[in-house]
Design a protein around this ligand. Structure first.
Ligand code: FE
Length: 212
């Protein structure tokens, strides 16, 4: 059943049905598709649909922190086959050069985000390809198969938000960041938040249903 969309985005009353529907669709995808290329292809289409309308992210998960960029867990699959995270960047904030070790989808919701790929060549880590700037509605992919090392920065002079989907419980994945000299350092990112959005209070909708 399709749940109705509000005429105007009302961020005080986020349309959690949109996020709930995305998680359901992604769970179906991960149940039926194991080939990474297919998951990225079909997952990118689902993510593009999620970020097409900016009416669903609760404000607590859209809050920037002046000290560092935030990574708010929105959902983790119970079998840890994928996780959904909102990355919130204040002006000027950026990541170190880092890898993921699992596939990832990055969808821009607000502002703009610049991504520079890196690759190892002759023992050195060097920039690979152009610096991409992601605008709202656009989706980028990473994975060890197609290129897994990048650096990401807020490319806007306002708060930028991107929605990421990863092929694991990304906050608990052991991966690598690289210093200016290219030396790897192991890290586990964790999450900025202690509680995830309550997607499952459907009581208002249930009460609105006519009695049988
Ligand atoms: Fe990344």
């Amino acid at each position: 059943m399709t749940e109705p969309e509000p005429a105007e985005p009302d961020l005080a009353h986020p349309n959690l049905a949109r996020l709930r529907g995305f998680i359901a669709a992604f769970t179906r995808l991960i149940e039926t598709e194991t080939a990474e290329a297919r998951v990225l292809d079909e997952g990118a289409a689902l993510l593009a649909d999620l970020i097409r309308v900016d009416d669903w992210l609760p404000t607590a998960f859209a809050a920037a922190d002046p000290a560092r960029y935030q990574q708010h867990l929105l959902h983790c699959d119970p079998l840890e086959r994928f996780s959904v995270v909102s990355f919130v960047w204040g002006p000027g904030q950026e990541t170190p050069v880092h890898d993921h070790t699992v596939w990832g989808l990055i969808g821009q919701l607000r502002g703009a985000e610049a991504s520079q790929r890196f690759e190892h060549q002759e023992g050195k880590l060097i920039p690979a390809g152009p610096r991409l700037v992601l605008k709202p509605g656009q989706v980028e992919t990473v994975s060890p198969r197609i290129g897994d090392i990048h650096q990401v920065a807020n490319a806007a002079d306002q708060v930028s938000i991107s929605i990421h989907v990863y092929g694991g419980n990304i906050g608990a994945v052991r991966r690598r960041a690289y210093g200016a000299d290219g030396a790897p350092k192991t890290f586990i990112s964790g999450y900025s938040n202690a509680a995830t959005p309550n997607l499952w209070d459907r009581s208002a909708q249930a009460r609105a249903q006519p009695l049988a």
